[in-house]
Write a protein of this length. Structure first.
Length: 199
């Protein structure tokens, strides 16, 4: 039986996935009745990560990718603060290409808490997600922002990343900031750590 993971945060990014285990090609999908928000506290980095809960009528974009049993164990170790749950293929809008006998897994936070001054959204983590989203097109990026809740307490930590698996993205900072300013303007204007550029 094949195993797949539905990733809706940093796992959207191929570079980030490769840091944990060997995976196959990722396919962009939308999960039905899943709500995503900044809601999972990460004490080790003093930040808040994205999490997902089941919520009727909600939609959450992300990617599905195949993993070996060995790699699945490695992702279990990576996802500290999350529990792995099973989702059936009919929970996605694009199940084509995924055998019906496959097991689709995703990770949900074991604790739910909104971002705060003490546990902010780390820009270094958001950069990884945006990089992954851009690989699937502009619409995918916009959908990520529009289907993610609790956009507040954003910290610009690029000079000293709090995220445990940062990726060098400095050549894209201007592009990333423009996207945040467009789709999460209040978070961008209130971002701590440095003042946003003004035209």
């Amino acid at each position: 039986m094949d195993n797949y993971i539905f990733g809706y945060g940093s796992l959207i990014c191929a570079d980030s996935r490769a840091r944990t285990g060997e995976t196959g090609r990722a396919m962009a999908v939308t999960a039905l009745d899943i709500s995503r928000s900044w809601s999972v506290p990460v004490p080790a980095s003093r930040t808040t990560a994205v999490g997902a809960i089941e919520h009727l009528g909600s939609r959450c974009n992300g990617v599905i990718f195949p993993v070996t049993p060995d790699s699945l164990e490695k992702f279990d170790i990576r996802e500290v603060g999350y529990s792995r749950i099973h989702l059936t293929p009919d929970r996605f809008d694009k199940p084509a290409g995924i055998p019906n006998a496959s097991k689709i897994w995703t990770y949900v936070g074991t604790e739910v808490r909104q971002p705060s001054d003490d546990m902010p959204i780390a820009q270094s983590y958001l950069d990884v997600i945006i990089k992954g989203c851009l690989s699937f097109g502009d619409d995918f990026v916009e959908t990520f922002f529009n289907t993610t809740g609790h956009w507040h307490h954003l910290l610009n930590d690029r000079h000293a990343p709090r995220y445990l698996r940062p990726i060098a993205t400095q050549h894209h900072y201007e592009q990333f900031d423009a996207l945040i300013a467009q789709f999460a303007p209040e978070s961008y204007l209130q971002r701590s750590g440095s003042a946003p550029k003004t035209e």
